[in-house]
Each structure stands twice: as C-alpha cells, then as structure tokens.
Design a protein around this ligand. Structure first.
Ligand code: AHR
Length: 519
C-alpha cells in the first residue's frame, strides 16, 4: 500500500484536502492463499438493551397491541430481523444489565414489579419483557441468546440461579419455577456475560478487583444437562490495555472470551454531532475514527497472544458503532438517532476489519438492534423503516460462516486533516457453497474508482462466470430513510459489470458499497 502512504504524506503537508482525481484500483484474489479460515457468523451479532424504545415499542408491543404482532413481538421488526439472519443477540444491557434483577421479569406480566430505568432517562420499566420473552424471541429468530449478567448490583446467588432457571433440566426449585411459568424444556443459553463495563456503569471497579469478582461469579455459573456456557469477561473500552492485560493475567482461560467496546466517537467530552447534518470533514473524521478500531483490536490481540498462546480466549467486540446526538425533540436518555449513508459506510468498513481478525475476534454486536444508536430498524407507532446500516448487514450476510479470502489491492487515500487519511477503497471477500462474494466500499465522496478484479485458483473461469451485483449509495451522504416517505437509501441491482478473460471491471461510484457475487 505504498500509494496510500504517499497520499497520506501529501495530505499531511497540505492540511485538510480531498483529492480530486478519479481512482483506479486493481483487486486480486488468489484462492491458493485461502487457508480455511471461517468468518464466524457471530460477527454479525446484535445488541438489545432496555433503553429507550429498543425493547418496548421496538421489539415488543405486547399481545394486546393494535400494532400487528406475533405473541407480542411486532411483526414488521420480527420479519426484518429474520431476513438479516441474526446469529446472536445480547440482552438486557449494557448499563441496564447491572441494574437488572431477573426475578422481576418472570411470572404473570400484570404482577411484575415496575421500576425506574435509572440508567436511561428514568423511564418506567414494567418488566413485561423478561427472560421468557427474550429467550422465546431468540428461538423465533433462530439466534443464540447472549445473556449479560448483573455483577455490579447483583449477587453471585442471583446470577447462579438465573443460569439454573434458564438451562436446568433437573427437578429443582429453579427449574420447576420455570416450568410453572410455562416453559417445560430448558432453553439453550451459550453466551453468558459476567457483568458489563465493570470499569464504569457496571461497578466502577479496578481491574484487579474485577478479576476476583469475575472468578467468584463465574465459578457459580454451572453447566446443566447438555448446556455448555461460554463465559465472557467484561473487557476493556477502546485503548485500555492495562484492563485487558490485568484480566488475561488474572483470569486466563477461566474466561472463554473478553469483550471490547468501541464506538466511533472522536471526543467523549464534546458534543457527538448531528446524525444527519454534517460536512465533508466530519464525514472523513468519522471514518478515520471507525477505521481506528483496528488499532485496539490488534493491540488487545497481541496482549491475549502474549498471555494465552494456546489461543482459547476470544476477543468479542460486543458493543460497536456510531453514537450521535439524539434526534431533536427526543429524550436525551433514549439514544434515538437517525442513520445516513455515512453510517452505512462505517458499518461496511468495520465489518471488513472484523473479517481480518477472526483468529481471535469471534463475535461483534452492533449497538443496537432497534431504535437505539446505529440501529438496524427504526420504529414510530406502527411504522418501521430499514436504515442504511440494515442494508449493509443484509448485503453482507453472505459472509456469515463463509471462508475468508485474502484480497490484495492498491488504494489512494483522502486526507482528512492533521496526520489522518482515509483509504478510498475497502474490499472484503469470502467463499461459500462455490459462490465468491466480494464487497467494495468507495469512501470517496466525489470520485469514482475504476475497479479491475482478477482472481486465480478459485475454480471459477472468469469467461464463464455468472456475476450478479447490488449497490448501496445515495444522492447525498446525509441522506437517510424517513417515516412515511419512499426510502432514499436502499440497495439496487448493479448491472454495470463487464467480464473479461481475467476477471471483471466496473466503475465503483463515489460513496457507494457494491456487493458482487460470482459463481
Ligand atoms: O449502548 C449504550 C451503552 O453504551 C451501553 O449501555 C453501555 O454498555 C455503553 O456504555
């Protein structure tokens, strides 16, 4: 990538500029370099918290609602999520998790206690969505549940009994209570988080203290029957390498995974900026921040490699995404934001990075699934819209459990300010069932890129290849989908691809994501 470096240097000298030449990139895939690495489907995980209208009004409206629903789950959202093939869903938080007492959310809904959701705007939480409602939702979606346990304000006994309630097939008070509440068979629950952000809202702990807390809580979370827990420690935020080092030294492989939280926020002490009103520089700075997730991913992996050479402790990016100021007029504690073409590009760049590190990165959960932060769908009353980010997840779902294909390519870079640049092109590829899927993201707002894709050793003769493609783009980077209006950002068929004896060529329009499938 020498070219990238040259452009970055020029950019640094010139200050904030954007290059205006049309780009030209050659992308090469050599199938012989593929080594069977599978992109775990869990990279496409979701996160659902009792926060704003993620659960109430978003996923759940209750059986008596006039909004069309199936057993209380709103049908439009359910169907949209089924189409995404959600592999895993994290719940009930977030910060809410360390305030959540699971016994409040079982039994007849009318008898459940109500509380104030003190993390998120003091909203009434009537506990009508609890353990049964969440685990049954996962069954409907065909996804793995990821339970985030309360360590900050809960007890060891409470978490231990929650696991027993959900997963035991024995004759015991907890399992019988579950049966009395209408569920005979235990659920399968694999992923169990031992606290959330224990350095912050989950207990304000020092890492040394959390190590001991983790060991104590995890020790009482048992495997019942066939169920096997995969225990996840509350890992670092961003670049906190001391937290991850202390955890891996003190917990070692007593944890199956360690979480990492990373939001594309440049400065937590300043306004996060509008989701929909922003300029070019803001756009590129956001992409630079999103791309910089690679820095902590690499560094935390290096720490894991040092203390866990066996490689059996994974890194799970279980919160990531954009975080903007809330939509004007909405509750500041509800984190309801719109999603533009900028968010779509953040999503594709982030997924491209996760694909490269699946040796350790085995799961990622975008924050959050409905109505909160970089959501897949937004709802208002009985209306629902699919966000540009939804479309990226939908276009990329072909990569779930597919074989990763290393790709090499040259790219120019757009300068974004002092010392920062954003590569114009990002490419990711995988293969499954004889189909090769390649995604191209052009981050440049103004210039297209003349793409030549060639490949060898893929068992597909370019001359006879069957090539199909879709494109996600917009007239303006600030475009988003609005309630009651035709969608401005939605994928369309992309027919402008030429095949040759070596591969394919096409013009990748400015600010676009093109998903190509070759067989
Ligand atoms: O996703 C919103 C919040 O961000 C979560 O509750 C918390 O874990 C993180 O700080």
């Amino acid at each position: 990538m020498k070219l990238t470096k040259i452009f970055a240097l020029t950019a640094a000298l010139l200050g904030t500029v954007t290059l205006s030449a049309q780009h030209k990139s050659t992308v090469t895939i050599n199938g012989a370099q593929a080594n069977g690495t599978i992109i775990p489907k869990e990279i496409y995980g979701q996160f659902s918290e009792h926060l704003g209208s993620c659960i109430y009004g978003g996923l759940w409206v209750g059986k008596d609602s006039e909004i069309p629903n199936e057993d209380g789950y709103r049908l439009d959202v359910l169907n949209a999520l089924k189409n995404l093939q959600v592999p895993v869903m994290r719940w009930p938080g977030g910060c809410f998790a360390d305030d959540y007492h699971w016994r409040d959310g079982i039994g007849p809904q009318s008898e459940r206690p109500y509380i104030s959701n003190n993390n998120w705007g003091g909203t009434l939480e009537d506990n009508s969505f609890g353990t049964h409602e969440f685990l049954n939702l996962c069954e409907k979606l065909g996804c793995e549940p990821y339970i985030s346990g309360n360590v900050g304000s809960g007890t060891v006994e409470e978490l231990s009994k929650w696991v027993e309630y959900m997963t035991s097939d024995a004759h015991s008070t907890m399992a019988d209570l579950r049966r009395k509440n209408g569920r005979e068979e235990p659920w399968k629950v694999k992923y169990l988080g031992i606290g959330n952000e224990c350095w912050g809202c989950g207990g304000q702990m020092r890492p040394e203290h959390y190590v001991d807390v983790y060991r104590q809580f995890a020790g009482y979370c048992r495997n019942y029957g066939e169920n096997r827990l995969y225990k996840i420690a509350s890992g670092p935020s961003d670049y906190d390498y001391n937290w991850s080092e202390t955890l891996i030294k003190g917990i070692g492989s007593n944890m199956d995974g360690m979480s990492l939280h990373y939001y594309s926020v440049r400065d937590w002490n300043k306004s996060k900026g509008s989701a929909t009103v922003f300029g070019e520089e803001d756009y590129y700075l956001t992409l630079a921040k999103a791309l910089d997730i690679e820095t902590p991913i690499k560094a935390h992996i290096a720490i894991l490699d040092r203390y866990n050479p066996e490689g059996n402790v994974d890194l799970l990016v279980d919160e990531w995404g954009t975080w903007w100021d809330v939509e004007p007029g909405t509750n500041p504690g509800h984190l309801f934001q719109q999603s533009t073409m900028r968010d779509a590009i953040v999503a594709s760049l982030s997924l491209d990075i996760f694909h490269k590190y699946t040796r350790r990165v085995k799961m990622a959960n975008i924050a959050q699934v409905v109505n909160v932060l970089q959501a897949m769908v937004l709802t208002k009353g009985d209306q629902m819209i699919l966000t540009p980010t939804y479309h990226v997840f939908e276009m990329y779902k072909v990569h779930q459990d597919a074989e990763f294909l290393p790709v090499s390519y040259n790219t120019d870079a757009n300068a974004v300010g002092v010392g920062e640049s954003v590569p114009c092109l990002s490419v990711t590829a995988s293969r499954k069932d004889g189909v090769v899927n390649v995604d191209f993201t052009n981050t440049d707002l103004k210039n297209s890129n003349e793409i030549t894709l060639t490949w060898t050793n893929l068992g597909i003769d370019p001359k006879n290849a069957n090539v199909e493609a879709r494109i996600l783009t917009a007239d303006k980077v600030t475009d988003y989908n609005e309630f009651g209006k035709p969608a401005k950002v939605a994928p369309k068929e992309f027919k402008k691809i030429k095949t040759s004896k070596d591969g394919i060529t096409f013009t990748l329009p400015a600010m676009s994501i093109v998903a190509v499938s070759i067989k």
